[in-house]
Design a protein around this ligand. Sequence first.
Ligand code: NDP
Length: 353
Amino acid sequence: MASPQGSRAPLEFGGPLGAAVLMLLLPATMFHLLLVARSGPARLLGPPPYLPGPEVLWSPEMLLLWFTWLGLQAALYLLPAGKVAEGQELKDKSRLRYPINGNPIYDFFLGRELNPRIWSFDFKYFCELRPGLIGWVLINLALLMQEAELRGSPSLAMWLVNGFQLLYVGDALWHEEAVLTTMDITHDGFGFMLAFGDLAWVPFTYSLQAQFLLHHPQPLGLPMASVICLINAVGYYIFRGANSQKSIFRKNPSDPRVAGLETIPTATGRQLLVSGWWGMVRHPNYLGDLIMALAWSLPCGVSHLLPYFYLLYFTALLVHREARDEQQCLRKYGLAWHEYCRRVPYRILPYVY
Ligand code: NDP
């Protein structure tokens, strides 16, 4: 093939003749070595002791075994587990990505592919918001209707749980673009954790309060219901305020809604907010989310721990997630992150944690 400059690149392996010889010589050498190794004298430079007949060299079972082996390896290769490494730069300046052997259990859990796609269909992005999150609301609604069938009308507690969670899911879908900057999309692969989490864990365990209420009706008066609504409203206000403030700031730091906020410069050129919601604690959005989680459990009364499972699990998840995010921010921002931690010492709950 002509090089871009027009001169021909030198041919390797002796050109076409050398290539043809090698294609005969290499298989012949391999056979020779194997046959000689089985013979008594095992002489490398002698002729092979005998040439086996075609019935020894060919059998359909062997062919099947060979394809099974290749198929198994191909399936393992395609398994979304393990690290993905970038190859060397190609002539067209692009780089191909290759799956690398890793720890299969760990890699299967966390996922090897960061953004698995078929054409423009992005599996992780699709699963993050749509089937599981909307499925959660549909399960809640089905439970509400079942309660209406069972008891004549849905209980106030069931209305609250449905309303609060519908608001949460509606908010996530309304701000769908915000998911693009979350850790799930930018950092975590699409492995068991996200696939199972999005498609099974979210719809079936997040609807636990509604499941509980269907089988364990709880009396709830209007004054208590109002207090719970207020708690949910406070949580939502903090959650939405913090998330929107960061998202506006990341899109355009000179937007008038965030331009007056105090910031810390970092070596990457990005800045960190150090006043407003992000000056109160280092993860105000988690705080708002946890307050809402409390409001979703309270309509279920205090007779059982089960409806509080979400609050407990979510506290553990966010404490762990916060620690992972801090590690990543420390790697990204170094000294500037230390300075941020000094200025904003609490992680999630002011004066406590
Ligand atoms: P966050 O939205 O909290 O984003 C963290 C990133 O924000 C950091 O990596 C950093 O990235 C940036 N950042 C941190 N501090 C500052 C600062 N002071 N100024 C400017 N930028 C800063 O990440 P999550 O993905 O964890 O959470 C998103 C939302 O999803 C939250 O509200 C959370 O509660 C919710 N969530 C809900 C779950 C559920 O199951 N219901 C599960 C997980 C999360 P960079 O600097 O690169 O922009």
